[in-house]
Write a protein that binds this ligand. Sequence first.
Ligand SMILES: [Zn+2]
Length: 105
Amino acid sequence: MSVTVFSQLDKSLHEHLDTLVRLAATGDDETATELARSELPRVVAALRALLDEHTPDEHGRCPTCRTRRLSRRLPAPCRAYLGAQLAMTVAAESPGRRKHVRSVV
Ligand SMILES: [Zn+2]
């Protein structure tokens, strides 16, 4: 199986995110503080960029996804927006129950 540039980028991004989660969970207080100051703004920026692109318009439709062929049938807001909102909401309500979050999404 050939490894594309994109799949390598995707893999390294996921590895980076896994590292952040692991350090936040198991690192000492100094590490956790450092992590929050250096990495949290980047993670928030990434999430905001995603949400900006998929924020529903005044009709409740996603301006990014509605241009795709089958998107007219999908309920709005789009899955990307709902998935991000749900992950944030569920994660905030039940910290430490990551498996539950995954099974919901
Ligand atoms: Zn969308």
